[in-house]
Design a protein around this ligand. Structure first.
Ligand code: SAH
Ligand code: F3S
Length: 432
């Protein structure tokens, strides 16, 4: 009889993909069905994120609750970046945790489940040639890792310490995986890595030379692939060749994440981001010139140590100039294992809150401006979900949520839709 798995996923798209891999691997040896009811589960897994300070206490209090509620004999595992970071400390503090598997050790999950007390957190583990079993959350979208880890050392970021050095996955493995996904109904591929456009710099096999632009070209030759997306590219590696491929390849979704972090060049230098305000603006301008209907999203951190009021204005200035379509905004959060936590001039929370508020307010203006312009336009939408109220939901080519009245016949298809109304974050329309 199949066992029941309760799995909670926190954090980024890579974690969502790791969860798919965890489910696929577990099913190799023992069939699991998923449950949302903790009390029913035979196996409980938390796939954690550590990029910002969700106090570790929160993980432990959640673990305590899970331990009380779980049925007798159920196992509890902790996976992901906090597992990599804390390792066996987790079992010391919460001895009822059965196993700990880090973000770089997903291939070890089946053995870990079988052996109480397993801690697998080696960040040098090379999984680039490991053939993970298949499983995906979405019928139509297939998420594919193209690299593991990160070769940067942004001074605020814990990721290189939890996911290890960057290694590129062999292009042939990526292409095979995509072909398999397409054969089983996927139409969109979502390429994942911490710096996708740095792809190809760190193969374990030193004879391979494919770079990111070439990888995009190879993937777009696969017949069943209708739409290609990726996250996250790094502004530093946005050379002209890459931007021109992004602009001219009709299969590439016209939405791009260009993570700013801060607008001031001195602050960027302290963050070790490797680019200046001018370079960032120049890249965004080139993207908007070549792709007028592009949507640009970004990440912004306010109140990095030492950021003065005047320097913060550069962040608002970049926002005014680029008018981002989506902004993920964060207060700087000091993280263990990072240089920025020990920098002088840490900024007080009241200042950080004020700055964050200004970012949010300005962004709302830009969002409203962009969304209002879309009413009356015709967009290409890939439909993926039938809602209980009879609406069908999908994403446009430039990745805006779109709702229409329709039936399941639309699912998995790319269809032209005329936009009839817009809210701040989604559109309604009619199939034309
Ligand atoms: N390579 C990824 C970054 C992963 S972390 C990318 O470029 O998207 C995701 C985002 O979390 C970062 O872009 C940054 O904006 C934010 N972040 C990382 N560390 C942080 C910290 N210490 N405090 C606040 N935000 C942070
Ligand atoms: Fe983090 Fe910078 Fe890498 S934000 S994931 S160290 S590019």
């Amino acid at each position: 009889m199949s066992k029941k798995l309760f799995i909670e996923t926190l954090g980024c798209a890579m974690n969502v993909r790791d969860t798919e891999h965890i489910i696929a691997e577990l099913n190799k040896h023992q069939s699991y069905s998923q449950t949302q009811t903790l009390e029913d589960a035979d196996l409980i897994i938390i796939n954690t994120c550590s990029v910002r300070e969700k106090p570790v206490a929160k993980l432990f209090s959640e673990l305590g609750v899970f331990n009380k509620k779980k049925k007798i004999g159920a196992k509890i595992g902790v996976c992901g970046c906090t597992a990599s970071h804390l390792g066996d400390e987790i079992i010391k503090k919460a001895p009822y945790v059965d196993f700990v598997v880090g973000a770089r050790n997903v291939s070890k999950i089946t053995d870990a489940v079988l052996k109480k007390g397993t801690v697998e957190i080696d960040i040098n583990n090379d999984e680039t040639n490991y053939d993970f079993a298949d499983y995906r959350n979405s019928l139509y979208r297939s998420s594919i890792n193209i690299s593991l880890g990160c070769d940067k050392s942004c001074t605020f970021c814990i990721v290189p310490a939890t996911r290890g050095d960057e290694i590129s996955i062999p292009s042939q493995m990526i292409l095979n995986e995509i072909q398999k996904a397409v054969d089983s109904g996927a139409v969109e591929v979502f390429l994942l890595g911490q710096n996708v456009n740095n792809y190809g710099k760190h193969f374990s096999d030193k004879t391979e030379t494919t770079n990111f632009t070439q990888l995009l070209q190879l993937i777009s030759k696969i017949e069943g692939v209708k739409r290609i997306r990726f996250t996250s590219p790094h502004p530093l590696h946005m050379d002209d060749e890459f931007i021109e491929e992004f602009a001219s390849n009709p299969k590439i979704s016209k939405q791009i994440h260009v993570p700013l972090q801060a607008g001031n060049t001195r602050v960027l230098k302290d963050m070790k981001r490797g680019y200046t305000k001018e370079w960032f603006l120049n890249r965004c301008e080139k993207i908007r010139t070549l792709v007028p209907d592009v949507r640009i999203s970004t990440d912004i951190i306010v109140a990095f140590p030492g950021e003065s009021d005047e320097e913060f204005l550069d962040t608002l200035d970049v926002m005014e100039k680029v008018k981002f379509d989506a902004v993920f905004n964060f207060k700087y959060s000091p993280r263990p294992l990072t240089p920025a936590q020990n920098m002088p001039n840490q900024i007080d929370d009241a200042t950080a809150t004020k700055r964050l508020q200004r970012v949010i307010e300005l962004h709302k203006e830009h969002q409203d401006e962009h969304m209002a312009k879309l009413v009356g336009q015709t967009l290409e939408v890939l439909f993926e979900e039938l809602k209980p109220n009879g609406e069908v939901f999908g994403f446009s080519d430039n990745y805006i949520q779109v709702f229409v009245n329709g039936s399941e016949e639309l699912l998995g298809k790319i269809v032209k839709v005329k936009v009839t109304s817009a809210s701040r974050t989604s559109l309604k329309g009619e199939v034309v």
